[in-house]
Design a protein around this ligand. Structure first.
Ligand code: ATP
Length: 323
């Protein structure tokens, strides 16, 4: 394999730059040519390619976002769109791909490989940590730290006014950010998509906290939950109990930005090197993961058939600590 294309796709995540840097540097170390593909599959279809050298990735290790930009492409979801992308890859003599993105991006690479035979390795890059086959995805640690930092600040003001705060965090259909930020931020309750929450139970718990002189309470709500948004849940709680002075904060996209933590930089760097080495060894149709601190290579069909849920034990711990 001589020319490898690298791209970022789907929602951006802190640490994507560290992964790009690792792919470029490892590629050059192993005597490959590395081609940057801008704007994910959109840029692949349009042939928006640029050769990358060692210095093109200087000073990006510590930066959030992605220098290659990211995008979502509806055209790539069609066989015709993927055929256009393949034509561009062929025209530029690209014989392997390393893509950094979430489960949708992984699915896209799998289809391209099945239809046109382009070998690829996927790196899990998403703040949601919702991809099976890896304990952690690139960006999850940074996003959760950002959420915890914000929760700590909200706690200061909640305490000063004896308020009940509902704080909505990201995660799409997954409660990973919520449960971990909830444990780290000392939340009284964490509402996640994987579990149905009873408003009556929640109100009961909040009332008990009031009786035990709890002067403020923080409830963490994962976006995309079956029980509703933070705004809707706060409204329902208010209707059941006028006792609380209630506020809602939606953390939103600030969780996607910022300098990656040491953990995400190291994870992205290790995965980037592993991607180049494994692609060169002939591995394909895989996503690299880290399980029990070891790199693993997950075949698409083996992991994408199963959803990834938050650890039941984390829910238990959050409950024990919130009395
Ligand atoms: P995140 O989890 O951060 O949102 P993601 O990679 O899951 O990241 P998606 O928007 O789901 O984000 O997917 C990114 C892109 O991958 C899509 O815009 C589309 O071009 C491609 N893609 C997604 N699903 C498929 C599919 N089933 N078939 C082909 N391509 C797909």
């Amino acid at each position: 394999m001589k020319r490898i294309g690298v791209f970022t796709s789907g929602g951006d995540a802190p640490g994507m730059n560290a992964a790009i840097r690792a792919v470029v540097r490892a590629g050059i170390y192993y005597d490959k040519e590395i081609i940057g593909i801008y704007r994910g599959y959109e840029g692949m279809i349009e042939g928006d390619f640029v050769p990358m050298d060692v210095r093109s990735v200087s000073n990006i290790l510590q930066r959030g976002g992605t220098i290659l930009k990211s995008a979502r492409s509806t055209e790539f979801k069609t066989p015709e769109g993927r055929a256009k992308a393949y034509e561009q890859l062929k025209k530029h003599n690209i014989d392997g791909l390393i893509g950094i993105g979430g489960d949708g991006s992984f699915t896209g690479m799998h289809h391209l490989y099945k239809e046109h035979g382009i070998p690829y390795v996927c790196l899990p890059g998403t703040i949601d940590n919702d991809i099976p086959g890896t304990d952690y995805t690139i960006g999850f640690d940074t996003a959760t730290n950002t959420a915890v930092e914000a929760i700590d600040k909200i706690r200061d003001t909640a305490l000063s006014h004896n308020r009940l705060f509902f704080i909505e965090v990201m995660g799409r259909d997954s409660g990973y950010i919520a449960i971990n930020a909830g444990i780290a931020g000392g939340a009284v309750s964490v509402i996640i998509p994987e579990e149905q929450t009873s408003i009556d139970e929640l109100v009961k718990k909040l009332n008990e906290g009031g009786k035990h002189n709890k002067s403020s309470s923080l409830v963490i709500v994962a976006e995309g939950g079956k029980s509703g948004s933070a705004m809707e849940i706060a409204q329902k709680v208010k209707e059941k109990s006028s006792y609380f002075d209630t506020k809602v904060t939606i953390l939103g996209h600030l969780q996607r930005g910022g300098a990656p933590t040491y953990f995400d930089r190291v994870l992205a760097s290790k995965m980037g090197v592993a991607a180049v080495e494994s692609l060169d060894e002939g591995k394909t149709d895989v996503m690299i993961g880290i399980v029990n601190n070891k790199m693993v290579y997950n075949k698409f069909e083996e992991i994408m058939t199963q959803p990834k849920y938050v650890h039941k034990d984390d829910l238990r711990i959050a409950k024990i600590l919130s009395i």
